[in-house]
Design a protein around this ligand. Structure first.
Ligand SMILES: Cc1cc2nc3c(=O)[nH]c(=O)nc-3n(C[C@H](O)[C@H](O)[C@H](O)COP(=O)(O)O)c2cc1C
Length: 375
């Protein structure tokens, strides 16, 4: 069926350039941060990672997988870091390859907090706002184990965490990244401070919505100070209710994220990336309006992002750009496929978190599919 003129105009906006702070995007499709567990056991990016990210350079901006700022914040073996010289050198190869292919790339800096294990943390310690274990189990080099009861960071140690994020951001820029995205989402360290179920602190980082939002704001401010606000973004997932980081009281969530966005507002960040099922709703639009930062919308895990949804989010000015996860895993040339409204490869979840090239760098492009006649 030939698309109507209205549909064509709506789609054009998704494929038009945008600026997120200092980063110039050729189109408004952002590769969402996606953990793939293909670094080596020292957290050094591998050659397969260089190919994988370079293959996806036609998306307007790539956000890397969650990358640990310090080994104590490592959640999985095979996760990359940005702490050592070898890790910086590995990421330099990734950034250079993406730039050579005409793309842009920012690094998601992720401290795992209580989603960790003493056999994975390089200090043997797992930290969090409060000494509360996450539900469920975690993969360790010796098989699955219960999540540990974490060490509750002291107020002084919280200040060290802020400095660790800033130092990691400087190293990301030294590795050639176009910017950094602070991971404040999905039940990891910063989100554990924001969510009331994971934070029972009584110092200035616990209790009131402003206090719970404080660490994310301080980290964003320190990173912005270190590398420039126009290269700094943050990811949030209000009411995602994952990994025991629960925000089930809607009024409290709105107040907390408004406080967080008010704290971000004076910084002038490059983007806020919000994972939420209703990007047009009050919560997400309050964050957007209050922070004043361009919004990358991602509708979350329950349904895979579609072309149609991405087109309408941008055409209807719900967001400046759209984060795409699983379709970007399965389609190295997703921008082209969506521009042509062509068929997509389906992602293979069994290969998401295992090592190797299968299900990583071997998804075919449209041309390769046409040649083999497969889809
Ligand atoms: C394999 C996989 C790994 C992910 N890793 C991360 C991550 O490292 N950091 C993060 O913020 N979100 C992560 N996510 C969430 C995605 O960024 C995204 O929000 C989610 O996949 C929903 O978008 P989609 O429907 O377009 O896939 C991950 C999702 C998947 C499927």
């Amino acid at each position: 069926m030939t698309p109507s003129v209205d549909e064509q105009t709506a789609a054009q906006k998704l494929f038009s350039p945008a600026r997120l702070g200092a980063v110039e995007l050729e189109n408004r499709l952002v590769m969402a941060p996606l953990t793939r567990i293909r670094a080596d056991e020292d957290g050094v990016p591998t050659e397969a990672m260089v190919s994988y990210y370079a293959q996806r350079a036609s998306l307007g901006m790539i956000v890397t997988e969650g990358t640990f700022p310090v080994g104590e914040g490592r959640t999985w073996i095979g996760q990359p870091g940005i702490e050592t010289d070898a890790q910086i050198a590995g990421w330099r190869r990734v950034a250079d390859a993406v730039h050579a292919a005409g793309g842009t790339i920012v690094m998601q800096i992720m401290h795992g907090g209580r989603i960790g294990h003493r056999l994975v943390s390089t200090t043997g310690r797992v930290t969090a706002p409060s000494a509360l274990a996450a539900p469920g189990q975690i993969r360790t080099p010796e098989g699955k184990d219960e999540h540990p009861v974490p060490h509750a960071l002291t107020t002084e140690e919280v200040a060290e965490t802020v400095a660790q994020f800033a130092a990691a951001a400087r190293r990301a820029i030294a590795a050639g990244m176009d910017g950094v995205q602070v991971h404040g989402a999905n039940g990891y360290l910063l989100h554990e401070f924001t969510a009331p179920s994971t934070n029972t602190r009584t110092d200035q980082y616990g209790g009131s919505p402003e206090n719970r939002a404080r660490l994310s704001v301080e980290v964003a401010a320190a990173v912005a100070e270190a590398i420039g606000a126009d290269r700094t973004g943050i990811r949030l997932s209000p009411q995602h209710n994952i990994q025991g980081a629960l925000e089930e009281d809607a009024d409290d969530a709105l107040t907390t994220y408004r406080a967080l966005a008010e704290g971000l507002a004076p910084l002038g960040l490059a983007h806020v990336d919000v994972l939420h099922a209703e990007p047009a709703g009050e919560l997400v639009q309050t964050i957007r309006r209050t922070s004043g930062a361009p919004l990358i919308a991602n509708t979350g895990f329950s349904v895979q992002t579609t072309r149609e949804e991405a087109v309408s989010l941008v055409a209807e000015d719900v967001a400046e750009a759209v984060g795409v996860g699983r379709s970007a895993i399965a389609n190295p040339d997703l921008a082209r496929r969506w521009e042509l409204d062509a068929a997509e490869n389906a992602p293979v979840p069994e290969t998401f978190y295992v090592g190797g090239e299968r299900g990583y760098t071997d998804y075919p492009t449209l041309e390769a599919t046409a040649e083999t006649g497969q889809n």
